[in-house]
Design a protein. Sequence first.
Lengths: 155, 238
Amino acid sequence: MTMVPQSGSAVSRGGGGSTGSLYDVLELILDRGLVIDIFVRVSLVGIEILKIDARIVVASVDTYLRFAEACNRLDLEAGRKAPAQLPEVVGGMMEGGARGKSKGALTGAVEAVTDSLTGKSNRDDEEPDEEEAEEEPVPRRRRPAARRPARREKE
Amino acid sequence: MALYVYAITAEDHPLDLDEQSGVGSEPAPVRVVASGPLCAVVSDISEKIRAKRRDLLIHQEVQERLMRGGPVLPLQFGYTAADEPTIEKVLLKGADGYLANLERLGGCAEYHVRASQDEEELLRQILSETPEARELNERIRAGDPDPQLPLTLGQLVAAQVQERQEALASGLVEALVPFAREHTVRQASGADFLNFSLLVPDDRREEFRAAESSLAGQIGDGIEIRLSGPLPPYSFVE
C-alpha cells in the first residue's frame, strides 16, 4: 500500500509534494472557490487543458476492447512468481521505465494531463513565453510522475 | 487599472501580505480593498492578462498565507474587477452572506482526498477472482478467433472494475466523513476512482490524519490514496 501525505499544500511547498497533489489542487483552484458574477474572468486559454473529465469506466465498445486487450497482455504467471521488490526497484531508478509501465487503459488520460502540466507536450512549441515565465519563480513545483514518492518509500 | 481579486476576509483578519507579489507578467504587490466589515485581497493587473500556470500558483500562495491568519473565502481562479468601487459595492451588497460564510468556515480547513488504483493489479485481481473472465481471457490468448469474446470479456471486466471501485470509494468516504463538518464527493477523473473533499475542524485535524493514514495502511495493494491539505475551503465557499 502506498500513500502520499501532503503537509500543507504541495503547491507552495513544491519540493516535498507529488505531482498528483499539484494537479489535484490545481483542479480545486480552477473549478471551485467563490464566483462573483459581476467580476470578469481572465482568459484561461493557456491552461484550459487542465480540465479533463474522462471517467475511467465508460460503457462503450472501445472501453470493453481496451480492457480485454489489457487482460490479454497481462502475464499472470510472471505477476504471481516474480519477486515483489524487483519491479519497484527498477521503477524507482528508471523514471522513464516506471512511467511507461504505468501507462495502461486507466492511466493514459492522467499521463497526458500531467505531461501538459509539466510542459512535456508539444504545446510548448506554441508557448515558449509561458515556459520562460515559469522557469525561475517555481523551479521545483512541476514534477511529473505521480507515483514516484510512493516508489521511494519502498526502496 | 483592473484588479485581480484573490479572496474575501473579515476586516479583523491580520492580512499578513508583506512582500507578496501578485499574478500577471509584471506582478504588482498584493494589497487590500476594505469596505465595511469585509476586505478583498487584490493586486493591480494590466487589462490584457492571460493566465499562466505561474498565476495559478500565486493565487494559491496568497490563499495559504491568508488562511494562516484566519478564515478566508477563496475566489475561484481568474476573477478581476474593473476598479475599486466595483469591489466595494460587491463587499457591501454581499456582506451578510460573506460574513455568514466566514463564520461557518472559521476554524476549519479543506482536505482533498483522491484515490487511484494500479490497473494491472486490479485486472489481475479480477481475473483471479472471476473464473468466467479468466476462462474468456485464456480462450482469447489461445487463439480463439471469435470476435465476440473480447467484447464479452471487456464488458465483464468493466463491470467488475466499476463495482470494485465504487465499493472502495464509498468505504473510504464512510470512514472519513465522521471527522468532517461538511463534505462533498465529485465525479472522479482520469485514473482516479475517488474525488472527495472534507471540511475538517482544526481540533479534529490530527484524528482525521491518523484515520486517513491507517486507512491507507489497510487498503489493498496497488491503491494509492492522495491527501492534500490543509487547503483554503475552495469546495465549501457557497
